[in-house]
Write a protein that binds this ligand. Sequence first.
Ligand code: NJP
Length: 279
Amino acid sequence: MTHHPLTNQVAIVTGASRGIGRTIALHLASKGMKLALTARTADALEALVREIKAKDGNALAIPLDVSVKDEVERLMRETEENLGPIDLLVNNAGLFSAIGPLWETDPENWWNDVTVNLRGVQLTCAAVVPAMMERKAGRIINFGGAGVTGPFPFGSAYAVSKAAVTRLTENLALELERLGSPVKVFAMSPGFVRTAMTEQFEQSEAGKKWMDYMAQRFREGLDVPPERAAELVEAIALGTFDALAGRYFHASGDAGKFEEIAADAEGIEMRGERLLRLT
Ligand code: NJP
């Protein structure tokens, strides 16, 4: 394994059992990071840990539900006990199951999407920030998505939860800054990626009925590989965008422009870009 500035740093990746989170985990492991991997599906996490270890990486599976406070607190404890202080939290876990017009979706299902997407981020951030503040180091990346930059018809629970996560991120970044903490928080979109979450647009009854306008992107070849998200996570973990904490990044739109964006930090701040605002 080649030496990399992230080698031996500790990261938690939520939602690592499949899709984008799995790709991020493999990418960070290839840079030598020590990983705590979480999701609800233990088998898939264990298989990923074996795959990482087979390539001389260091990873630990901690299966749990990110929306349950005690379990999230256990995640932080077990990570620190087994791997060391946490340098990076990647809040990638997400759920999109309430598909359809608001009045036709099951209200419990609707709230469960919001609970996983928003409460999950709230709980993990709240659990990890005190230790990061104490050590005066650490970065957090929260996943936004459709609904952040505009409406997302037939995906209202998902949209409001992702918009809320983006506001939570800016809020938290400002709170840390005002308290003089060097801990940095960012929001990002992975772009449109073929995963179980988006394949339901082609495969489930509700997806075919209501989300064909999104499945159209597959037919037009507009989906992007999950590796773009992993590359953006790596750049954020390296501190590339520390001057832009609290703001929103896009794995596909920003690809190949990391240095340009970082160099324009003052301009981005002056123009008020990459923030959730009314125009
Ligand atoms: O989704 P998927 P993606 N507690 O469904 C886990 C965002 N995004 O990779 O618990 C703990 O393949 C679940 O594991 P399991 C998106 O909103 C995507 O596409 O075992 N973990 C699995 O590992 C999400 O935030 C696109 O079922 C829970 C993972 O989360 C992130 O990217 C576009 C959990 C979901 O894997 C990854 O999405 C965009 C819980 N309660 C944003 N519930 C895109 N794909 O195009 C679920 O803008 N998980």
